[in-house]
Structures are given as C-alpha cells and as structure tokens.
Design a protein around this ligand. Structure first.
Ligand SMILES: Nc1ncnc2c1ncn2[C@@H]1O[C@H](COP(=O)(O)OP(=O)(O)OP(=O)(O)O)[C@@H](O)[C@H]1O
Ligand SMILES: [Mg+2]
Length: 322
C-alpha cells in the first residue's frame, strides 16, 4: 500500500544569478513500512527532496508537480492545513539538527511539549509522570548518558551528537507515518551509529513507520533500507530494491559509489573515488549529466540525456539500457 506518491516533481531555487532547476521531474512511491535510502554526493539534491516533501523549502524555492500523502496533494494545502501534517504525520530530522530546537527551552521540556500535542490530537489523557518517563526511556534507548541531566539541559549545552539524538528521540516519541531522516547519524560516533540505525529499523518494524533515509554513504543506505534511490544532479539515476542494487548496480554512477566504499581489508591500499566533481546546476553538461565522469561514456551520452527506463524491476537512466 502506498503512503507517498511523488509525481513529476520539479524544484527550483531563485538566486542572484538566476533561477535554477534542482530536482528534475522526479517520481517516487513510498509504501507503508518502506525504508527508502536516498544517496548521492554532496549537492545532488537530497536535502531539497526532503524539504519539498515536508513543504519546508526556503523562501527562494518553488516547486511544481504533485506530492500525494495518503492521496492528498500537499502542494494544494495552505500553511495552516500543512501544520496538521507536519510533526505528527510527516516528521523531518534535519541535517543541522541544532536549528530544529528552541534555544531558550530545556530539551526535556521541548520533547514533553511535542508529546503533549500528540496525545491532545489523539484525544488521549496522559499524566505528567508518564510523559516524563516516556522521554527518559527514549533517551536511554538512544544511549544518552545521564538522561535525567540531559533532560534539564538547554540545546547549547549538548554536543552535536547529543543534539542529533534528542531530535531522533522526538521522532521516536511522535511516531509519524513518514519520517524523513537527513543524515541523521552524521554527528554520532561510529560505535553508536549502529545502535541508532537499529532503533530506526525497530520503529519501522514495530510501528510500520515509513522512512526516507538520506545519506551520502551508500553502505549506510544498504544497512538501513529496503529500497535505494540514487540521485545525481537532481535526477534519479537508479532506483530499486536495495539488495539487487548493491549486488548488481546498473548505472555507472551507482557502480562508482559502491566501488568507493572503504573496505576493511585493503588489498591494494588505495581507495577508489569517482574521478572529477559533480557539476554546478548553473553549467550542467549537455546529454547525460554524469557523462564527463563516466568510465563507460559513449558518443550519444554527450548529446542527449537518457530517459528513465524500467529494467528488471528497476529504474535506471543510462544509454547502456535504452
Ligand atoms: N536556498 C538555496 N538557494 C539556492 N541554492 C540552493 C539552496 N539550497 C541548496 N541549494 C543548492 O541546491 C543544490 C542541492 O542542494 P542540497 O542541499 O539539496 O544537496 P544535498 O544532496 O543535500 O547535499 P549535501 O550532501 O551536501 O547535504 C546544491 O547545488 C545547493 O547549492
Ligand atoms: Mg543535504
């Protein structure tokens, strides 16, 4: 069953040097219970996609297309109607987590407030003690040291990793239908990352929360998701089942991302990286946007942009498969 349907989504940013199209005719279905890993290098448009879905794009942005959440086109909702969705139905964990907390309120209080709003909307009466305990329990799940002390702290008194976990706590407490997690573990120690990733999986399984997991790290997307979407220059290059993509990547860009995963047993001692850099949106190359960096480039790739084609249960945008 489908929770979210994105249809022909285009997102633009207006800047001093003109209007640029970032997301290009993007289509995506997210089912109930899905974890979709969104991967791609810095600047590929991953956060923009998250902001678009939650309708929190910056003021210089505009979008066209449809974002259907349980059949309702979010693009048709005004801000007041959208407020009913944000937080309890759609929740986004930001890449810069600190910005999503109120600097002058204790973190425990902020989580309490969010929980109270949730229970109010549900028409459920819950005591202060129960709410406090719920918050502390989630802190413990997230391995926050001295949960009772953290509860009393202000955001600026916490480390980046602790802030990130407070925001994740918020997501775990609110249990939205759709959780958009934008690089949620980037500030957390690697040793803790696995535990946090497991918590995401746990809420996904227990509460059937669908997750859009944004990361530049395809190995993290592999650990997390059942589907992967590979973005490059605002375009879907490949999309499909996670196991299948990792086992048999079809797009040369996906192949490059997988080859760049650091291996613990280094045979040559050298780490592969995709040559070159992603293009600027102001000076996108003609043809396939990846062609200047592609090891399999053909003459047609420089002239004409390939369309997405469906091959074996997968979407791929590459002339090799047209
Ligand atoms: N408010 C804005 N105004 C103009 N351009 C923007 C704005 N925000 C982002 N961009 C540009 O849009 C493109 C996509 O940015 P986005 O933040 O979505 O990428 P990303 O994949 O999340 O990158 P990262 O991995 O670094 O977080 C980039 O070229 C970025 O410079
Ligand atoms: Mg980002």
């Amino acid at each position: 069953m489908v929770l979210l349907q994105i249809r022909n989504l285009n997102v633009y940013y207006n800047t001093l040097i003109g209007k640029v199209k970032i997301l290009n005719d993007l289509n995506l279905d997210v089912d109930y219970g899905d974890i979709v890993g969104v991967v791609g290098e810095s600047g590929s448009g991953k956060s923009t996609l998250g902001y678009a879905i939650a309708k929190i794009l910056p003021p210089n942005a505009s979008m066209t297309g449809e974002i259907l959440f349980e059949g309702v086109n979010l693009l048709n909702l005004d801000e007041k109607e959208m407020q009913k969705y944000r937080g309890t139905q759609i929740f986004m964990v930001f890449q810069n987590a600190l910005n999503s907390l109120n600097p002058v309120k204790k973190v425990g209080f902020q989580l309490e407030e969010a929980l109270k709003i949730k229970y109010q909307k549900m028409g459920k009466k819950v005591s202060e003690d129960e709410i406090y305990k719920e918050v502390i329990d989630v802190f413990k799940d997230l391995r926050l040291p001295d949960p009772e002390v953290i509860y009393e702290r202000y955001p600026h008194q916490l480390s980046g990793g602790q802030i990130q976990r407070v925001i994740i706590a918020m997501a775990l407490l609110l249990r939205p239908k759709l959780l958009i997690a934008d690089e949620p573990t980037s500030a957390i120690d690697v040793t803790l990352q696995a535990q946090v990733v497991n918590l995401f999986k746990q809420i996904n399984q227990e509460a059937k929360i669908s997750i859009i997991f944004i990361t530049h790290d395809i190995s993290l997307a592999y650990a997390m998701s059942n589907r992967i979407l590979v973005l490059y220059a605002g375009r879907i290059m490949e999309e499909g089942n996670t196991e299948e993509i990792i086992k048999d990547p079809m797009h040369p860009y996906t192949q490059g991302l997988i080859a760049s995963i650091p291996k613990v047993s280094k045979s040559s001692g050298k780490l592969y990286s995709i040559p070159g850099l992603p293009p600027s949106f102001y000076t996108l190359p003609a043809g396939c946007k990846f062609h200047p960096r592609c090891p399999k480039v053909m003459p047609i790739c420089k002239e004409k942009e390939p369309q997405e084609v469906h091959v074996n249960n997968r979407r791929v945008r590459c002339w090799l498969y047209e």
